[in-house]
Design a binder for this molecule. Structure first.
Ligand SMILES: [Zn+2]
Length: 155
């Protein structure tokens, strides 16, 4: 199978606005695709806020890897780390999706994921957790860690 054949296979993406699962040709991911249902951008360049009701759908139905920043409003290090997560979203989409989970707003998911300290970073691929780190880090270290997980983050 040639590389071009692989590139034409559609990628399933979940719309961050309406949670509709949609298919985007792989070679069109960088063309600012919009949701066919609600017409909103599929990639906003900023972290997607996940809650208890949206987490499973979003994580299970995305073909792209997802980086999730688990945080809380009372957590100082989380506040300091948020701009780095935002920059990661701006720089890494659509190679991967960047999301955030407010552990206070999503207590069921936070419990199921065994989030014991924050910020915790999770990486999901095809609905499965493939990486986890606790604590804030500079963007370069974040990108380097994602690279060790086999994600296409090098520029
Ligand atoms: Zn939509």
């Amino acid at each position: 199978m040639s590389a071009s054949t692989v590139d034409r296979s559609p990628v399933h993406v979940v719309c961050p606005a309406c949670a509709q699962r949609t298919r985007v040709p792989a070679e069109r991911l960088g063309d600012h695709p919009r949701c066919p249902s609600c017409k909103q951008p599929l990639f906003t360049g900023s972290p997607v806020s996940l809650v208890d009701s949206s987490f499973d759908t979003f994580v299970a139905n995305s073909d792209l890897p997802i980086l999730i920043d688990c945080w809380a409003a009372w957590c100082g290090p989380c506040q300091a780390f948020a701009p780095i997560v935002a920059r990661a979203a701006a720089e890494l989409e659509p190679r991967l999706i960047v999301a955030s989970l407010d552990t206070e707003s999503a207590p069921e998911i936070a419990r199921r994921l065994s989030i014991r300290s924050i910020p915790t970073l999770l990486v999901f691929r095809h609905g499965r957790e493939i990486g986890r780190r606790t604590g804030a880090m500079p963007l370069a270290a974040l990108v380097a860690w994602l690279g060790t997980l086999g994600l296409p983050v090098s520029t």
